[in-house]
Design a binder for this molecule. Structure first.
Ligand SMILES: [Fe+2]
Ligand SMILES: [Fe+2]
Length: 208
């Protein structure tokens, strides 16, 4: 029975996220938003309770490798140039290196998810350009939630999209994003979970 170990892994993961993102509250907040979205998607995909929680932990930690980036890239207010973007891509392998060999199978899963969350289902992603079911399933789930969160977030060079616009763009694509980037099963789960995801982003904050 592994359930008794769950509180340990949650506090381990939270400590890792807090330490990694100590100087980067935006990336910390991004990981915190991704966790419940990926929980919803994993639930819709039929995972059991423990795997749903594991995928949420993978989501929380997927960008910890960004803490290895120079601050002028991490905090650049505009779009990255080509050389900076190549450096940014390394957050996948940095995250893998930070999370592997920490002695917990969920963190091994998180290491793989960190490595592969920018792979695309059609093989056009990075760092390895692997495709389809070769991409670990948590990474395929995170990939969809990651794009949704980026679209819903304001940047110095772009406004935040409304929920409907973000969902439509993920399901039907635009000049940068194409549904072929994503696992069709995860896309279907995303479409069915869209009302619940909207609530996560738009529910009024409760009393302190
Ligand atoms: Fe990332
Ligand atoms: Fe991300």
């Amino acid at each position: 029975m592994t359930t008794g170990r769950l509180p340990d892994i949650f506090s381990m993961a939270a400590d890792i996220a807090r330490q990694a993102h100590a100087k980067d509250g935006d990336t910390y907040d991004h990981g915190c938003r991704m966790q419940p979205v990926c929980n919803l998607l994993a639930n819709r995909l039929g995972f059991g309770a423990e795997d749903i929680e594991k995928i949420g932990v993978c989501a929380m930690l997927h960008d910890v490798g960004k803490s290895a980036l120079p601050e002028d890239i991490l905090f650049k207010p505009g779009r990255l140039d080509a050389a900076e973007y190549r450096q940014m891509m390394e957050h996948t392998s940095s995250g893998h290196a930070m999370l592997r060999d920490l002695g917990h199978p969920w963190l091994d899963c998180a290491a793989d998810a960190a490595l592969h969350h920018h792979e695309r289902f059609d093989g056009g992603g990075y760092p390895h350009g692997i495709a389809g079911l070769m991409i670990p399933q948590p990474a395929r789930i995170i990939a969809v939630a990651d794009v949704y969160d980026a679209l819903r977030s304001e940047r110095p060079y772009k406004p935040a999209l409304e929920h409907e616009q973000a969902v439509k763009l993920i399901l039907y694509g635009d000049d940068r994003t194409n549904p072929s980037h994503f696992d069709p099963a995860v896309l279907a789960a995303f479409e069915m979970s869209a009302p619940a995801i909207r609530q996560l982003y738009e529910a009024p904050a409760g009393p302190d």
